[in-house]
Design a protein around this ligand. Structure first.
Ligand code: URA
Length: 275
């Protein structure tokens, strides 16, 4: 059986330097694809620490190097942390060549350089964090830090206890075995199963692929929590700033998880305390 290589656990609580090539940095921040970024860089629109940089492969450190596009700084200094209730039908990108709506259309005047922390599929709704803090984004998205993401799922068929057990144990996908997941059956109704699933990875379309591998399909997928941050009563399509204690709770939780994984090599996790 193919096993996913276990990510090397960090030796100490991460105070990560995020170093990337310039084209990757721009695409990672969600402004454009990597190819578009390379075009902007080669055409002289991008400066690093005041100097024009035309090499897409130049190394930059996010959060330290001052990067501008058309003289507009990527980071204004103040760290921003937003929680958006992404509706279905919105893309998690800066803009879409086909003109479909993106999550940035929901931000109104807050159209500054903030980027999504991970992605939700077009057809997935729910909790999306957005920030200009790349270290925070790394803590939340890097599977090394085991930050759990919780989803409500409606499946196209009734799932048996064996199918749920397979999802819990870890299920074989084409990119390897998934980590154990927490799965709770909420109810069965009208030939569908409604469940809550919590995973600690963020592979592409992971929940949909897990349900398919278990022999069913996802009809509806909503992300309700990331670590201790919950979507709560926010209306669909609306956003709010995270409270400082929410940011602290998430960062502390991720660091504790990473330390724990480094100490024990354990895949178990502490349940997050909701804030
Ligand atoms: N898993 C999915 O399949 N899709 C998402 O958008 C998020 C998790």
């Amino acid at each position: 059986m193919k096993r996913r290589a276990k990510a090397a656990a960090p030796k100490q609580a991460p105070q990560k330097r995020v170093v990337k090539t310039l084209d990757r940095a721009l695409s990672r921040l969600g402004f454009c694809s990597r190819t578009e970024a390379a075009g902007w860089i080669r055409s002289g629109r991008v400066r690093v620490n005041g100097r024009e940089q035309t090499d897409p492969e130049a190394w930059v450190e996010l959060g330290r190097d001052r990067i501008t596009v058309d003289n507009k700084p990527l980071f204004e200094g103040r760290k921003r942390y937003l929680l958006l209730y992404k509706p279905k039908g919105y893309l998690t990108t800066w803009r879409d060549p086909q003109g479909r709506p993106t999550v940035y259309d929901l931000l109104g005047k807050t159209r500054e350089w903030i980027f999504p922390v991970g992605r939700l599929d077009l057809d997935t709704s729910g909790l999306l964090l957005m920030t200009n803090d790349s270290e925070f984004a790394e803590l939340v998205t890097n599977p090394e830090f085991h930050v759990p993401k919780t989803y409500l799922v409606k499946t196209s068929t009734l799932l048996s206890d064996e199918q749920l057990a397979a999802l819990r144990r870890g299920i074989e996908l084409k990119d390897g075995l998934t980590r154990p997941a927490q799965v709770v059956r909420l109810r069965d109704s009208g030939g569908r199963t409604f469940l809550e699933i919590t995973i600690t990875e963020g592979r592409n379309r992971q929940v949909r692929r897990m349900i398919e591998a278990a022999g069913s399909q996802v009809l509806k997928l909503v992300r309700t929590a990331i670590g201790p941050i919950r979507i709560g009563r926010l209306e669909i399509g609306k956003w709010r700033e995270l409270a400082p204690e929410e940011v602290r709770a998430l960062v502390t939780y991720a660091r504790r998880q990473a330390k724990r994984a480094a100490r024990t090599g354990s895949r178990r996790r502490e349940p997050p305390e909701p804030v």
